[in-house]
Design a protein around this ligand. Structure first.
Ligand code: SF4
Ligand code: SF4
Length: 459
């Protein structure tokens, strides 16, 4: 290992040495206006992530994925497994919004809001705190194992693990309620083995990511990272280097370009690239190189923005077009999806009703009467009790039914199953009779199910 950073090249991946081994990138700390805004946003997003399970709306956490009971609570709305098709609108809506943002602002999600970026920023703070700045860390990597190195490394990995465990427990609280999580934490792991295994695996994966995998996730694994080159064009914003202004580069006094080749932009880059070599897939748009270069320009009394947010057209001195067919298409599809989701969510019934014929023989003939039996299952999707009544439409006058008299009251998010028995004099059964079961809820909603009355047909 070497204590001096290598110059990035476009011919190799920055995180791999020539012999194929892992090369750790020790990015220097960048400070400036973008670093401050990114830190602020990271604090806000982390606070939202931690707080959502604590915020109660209609008696449930704001976001609660109760997989055990197949109920999903989202800001006061409750969905059950039968509503899973709505996920299509949610996922496609999120996808098209991300496409739109990328077409417009490049990898703004990666650099500002992606959990991987935010978690790694915290890990880098821990690393700086335990092992010093980038130069010290490179020296530590190259040095032999001493007591001091062992203590620093152990402290760093212990803090990574603690951070991973906290994140994993917060994630678990989205799937079990907070009181349940607290109760589980006070019992032995064996009593809640599935949850323990979940936390153990998530924390282990996070620790591996923070301690070793790191920026490789963005460079080689993340599918969105791979996709973004297909989403951006010459008008998409991105972090880039103004070649016209910077070149020819060189030390002050020997060049007419503004770049003094100080390599500060390379030293702060968390993916180890040199942005002056042009737009690259490895650039996550973290803006560290903008802050670094702006501070160099300030010291040289030159105007900032040698590295800046701009489009490829902008860097070439052309106008950046914000309204383009692809941005209109992506935002149009996202808006369409949002409208469809809103309409579908508003029309969701407060209950789910299913109707099945009792298994076994389809009908019974006894004492001149034909009998059919159905199971009516009513699932209350609201957080309050609802009373349901049953009507059977379209049957002949002589059709009688029992099993749902006076209605049933179903507890909040509860389920009731009733056996409904229908009888008809055999002489009245001239053909199979189509039936309409109508379940009416106390809040005025009507849900219909169809069935057929079967029996021996007397022509
Ligand atoms: S920080 Fe700015 S001046 Fe220094 S090498 Fe990078 S682009 Fe050039
Ligand atoms: S090139 Fe600049 S914006 Fe891109 S990852 Fe490196 S430091 Fe961040």
């Amino acid at each position: 290992m070497t204590a001096t950073p290598q110059r990035p090249s476009l011919d190799s991946v920055t995180t791999i040495n020539e012999d194929g081994s892992r090369r750790f990138i020790h990015a220097a700390r960048a400070s400036g206006r973008f670093a401050r805004w990114r830190t602020l946003l990271a604090v806000v997003l982390t606070a939202i992530y931690v707080a959502l399970p604590w915020i109660q709306i209609n008696g449930n956490p704001a976001l609660f994925l109760d997989v055990a009971h197949r109920q999903f609570h989202y800001f006061g709305l409750t969905f059950v497994s039968q509503d899973i098709w709505l996920v299509f609108f949610v996922m496609s809506g999120v996808g098209f919004c991300l496409f739109f943002l990328t077409a417009l602002l490049g990898r703004v999600w990666c650099g500002w809001a992606c959990p991987q970026t935010i978690f790694l920023d915290v890990a880098r703070r821990i690393e700086r705190w335990c092992e010093g700045d980038a130069t010290e860390r490179r020296k530590l990597d190259a040095s032999a194992w001493t007591f001091s190195k062992t203590v620093r490394r152990t402290a760093k990995h212990a803090l990574y693990l603690l951070y991973s465990l906290i994140l994993a427990h917060v994630l678990l609280s989205y799937f079990v309620s907070l009181p349940r999580l607290y109760a589980m934490m006070r019992h032995s792991p064996g009593e809640n083995f599935a949850s323990f295994a979940f936390v153990f695996l998530i924390a282990g994966a996070l620790w591996f990511d923070l301690a070793w995998f790191r920026e490789q996730f963005c460079i080689v694994l993340c599918p969105y990272g791979r996709l973004q080159s297909a989403l951006i064009d010459s008008d998409s914003l991105g972090v880039g280097y103004d070649t016209k202004r910077g070149e020819p580069r060189g030390r002050k006094g020997t060049t007419t370009g503004d770049c003094v080749d100080c390599l500060r932009c390379v030293q702060v880059c968390p993916t180890g690239i040199d942005i002056r070599q042009g737009h690259q897939l490895e650039c996550i748009g973290c803006t560290a190189c903008i802050d670094a270069c702006d501070s160099v320009m300030a010291k040289l009394d030159r105007k900032p923005g040698l590295i800046r947010y701009d489009s490829r057209n902008g860097f070439e001195g052309k106008r950046t077009r914000w309204v383009r067919p692809r941005t209109m298409l992506y935002i149009g599809l996202a808006v369409l999806g949002a409208i469809a989701l809103t309409l579908e969510t508003r029309s969701l019934k407060p209950a789910t009703v299913s109707l099945t014929r009792v298994t076994g023989i389809p009908y019974v003939v006894e004492g001149g009467v034909v009998r059919n039996q159905f199971l009516v299952r009513v699932l209350n999707k609201r957080n309050a009790p609802i009373t349901f009544q049953l009507e059977i439409a379209d049957g002949p006058q002589t059709l009688h039914w029992s099993g749902f008299e006076g209605g049933i009251t179903v507890a909040p998010l509860g389920e009731e199953i009733r056996t409904v028995v229908l009888t008809l004099p055999r002489a009245d059964l001239k053909k199979e009779i189509p039936l309409r079961f109508r379940v009416l809820s106390s809040d005025g909603t009507s849900i219909e199910k169809t069935a057929t009355f079967l029996g021996p047909i007397i022509p």
